[in-house]
Design a protein around this ligand. Structure first.
Ligand code: NAD
Length: 370
């Protein structure tokens, strides 16, 4: 059995604990089957941490995250904590984790499961077989650049300022992640910016090209303006393999790509930091959805985004393609059997609870290894 992998689970708030509970069951199953050994710790984040410690991420929890090989987070937030000052809101716990772990690359796959083709708002032939990966720069660009603020001008009117900045190093490290992902996929990267109107876009394009020519000449690289990319994503999304882009454009394009696949409850993500000397990276895996307070505690949540986040953890943190394929395959077959949580329910299908969906995934896993 592969040596123990240190995993920190942070279930968080709302539907987070219900969904992460299904992940725990799969991790336990993998351990019992001898497929992988995990040292699993669990701790609080978000509103749950505020209730227990007065802060959304305790220092001791951050220490555990820094020591772990991978962190899996459920969701944070909810109405109970909405009135708190910005600095101690649940979401700050997540932002602090991303910042302290220096997670600069956000990976959002948009993969359309065969059984859910008709759940997309796009025509089946546009999304059938869709499998793209958006790599978004997460710690730089206009969301962090200085100067920023709102100032009052001499005539009494006001001016809001944000600054888009990128350095060579920031561009290269995220582009490297994209090229390395492409090398394990269809070997194509499309780099997206607005070099036609922004100097930071000119730099982005030049530096991605330079890095490519020096180190990744065997990967096909193309460049596209962000507005065109938005259009192409809904016109012909299957033309893409890996898209790499900055923080602002990535925020918008990854949400657009997400909806190609139908439901928030199906979307995993990964955020990666720099590789150390042994090639290991700090990494945080989480479903794209939030804490869904409207259905929390009712056994209605779709746990598949969380389980697919686990598959990403196996693939990217533990280089365990077999384990990842097992989990993804089990999810696909459960959907093929017609099982659906309420968010993806369709005519003629069988509606199931969170726990029943977890049971079905475990059954499918078991059937493949018996
Ligand atoms: P949300 O993603 O929580 O919910 C949006 C809608 O989608 C809701 O109707 C919800 O019921 C449904 N939904 C989401 N995930 C689902 C799942 N797995 N299964 C079934 N249905 C699902 O977004 P929101 O309502 O805008 O935010 C609710 C709270 O979550 C807020 O406090 C927000 O700040 C927080 N939030 C947290 C994260 C995070 O932890 N990464 C992300 C987004 C929002």
């Amino acid at each position: 059995m592969p040596s123990n992998r240190r995993v920190l689970l942070l279930p968080g708030d709302g539907i987070g604990p219900e969904c992460v509970a299904q992940v725990t069951r799969v991790l336990d199953w993998m351990g019992a089957e001898g497929l992988a050994g995990f040292d699993i710790e669990e701790d609080l984040v978000g509103g749950a941490a505020i209730d227990a410690h007065g802060v959304p991420l305790a220092d001791a929890t951050l220490d555990k995250a820094m020591a772990a090989d991978a962190v899996l987070l459920g969701a944070v937030g909810g109405p109970k904590w909405d009135g708190l000052p910005f600095e101690i809101k649940p979401e700050r716990g997540l932002l602090k984790l991303r910042k302290e772990m220096e997670l600069f690359a956000n990976l959002r796959p948009a993969l359309c499961f065969e059984a859910l083709v008709s759940a997309s708002t796009l025509k089946p032939e546009i999304v059938q077989g869709l499998d793209i990966m958006i790599v978004r720069e997460l710690t730089g660009g206009i969301y962090f650049g200085e100067p920023r603020g709102i100032e009052t001008l001499p005539d009494g009117s006001r001016r809001g300022v944000n600054t888009q900045t990128y350095t060579t190093g920031e561009i290269h490290r995220v582009a490297r992640v994209a090229f390395e992902l492409a090398a394990k996929r269809d070997r194509r990267v499309c780099s997206v910016e607005k070099a036609n109107v922004m100097e930071s876009g000119v730099l982005w394009r030049e530096e991605v090209q330079k890095l490519h020519d020096a180190n990744y000449a065997d990967i096909a690289l193309s460049h596209m303006y962000a507005d065109n990319c938005a259009m192409q994503l809904v016109r012909d999304p299957k033309q893409f393999d890996v898209i790499v882009t900055d923080n602002l454009f990535g925020d918008l394009l990854s949400d657009a790509a997400a909806m190609l696949t139908g439901s928030l409850g199906m979307l995993p993500s990964a955020s990666l930091g720099a590789a150390d000397a042994e090639g290991n990276r700090k990494a945080l895996y989480e479903p794209v959805h939030g804490s869904a307070p409207d259905i929390a505690g009712q056994d209605k949540a779709n746990p598949l985004a969380c389980l697919l986040s686990l598959a990403m953890m196996l693939r990217y943190s533990f280089d365990d393609a077999r384990g990842a394929d097992l989990v993804e395959g089990a999810v696909a077959r459960v959907l093929d059997r017609g099982l659906r949580t309420a968010d993806i329910m369709q005519d003629g299908m069988t509606q199931v609870s969170t726990g029943a969906m977890g049971n079905a995934v475990l059954e499918e896993l078991g059937s493949r290894t018996r």
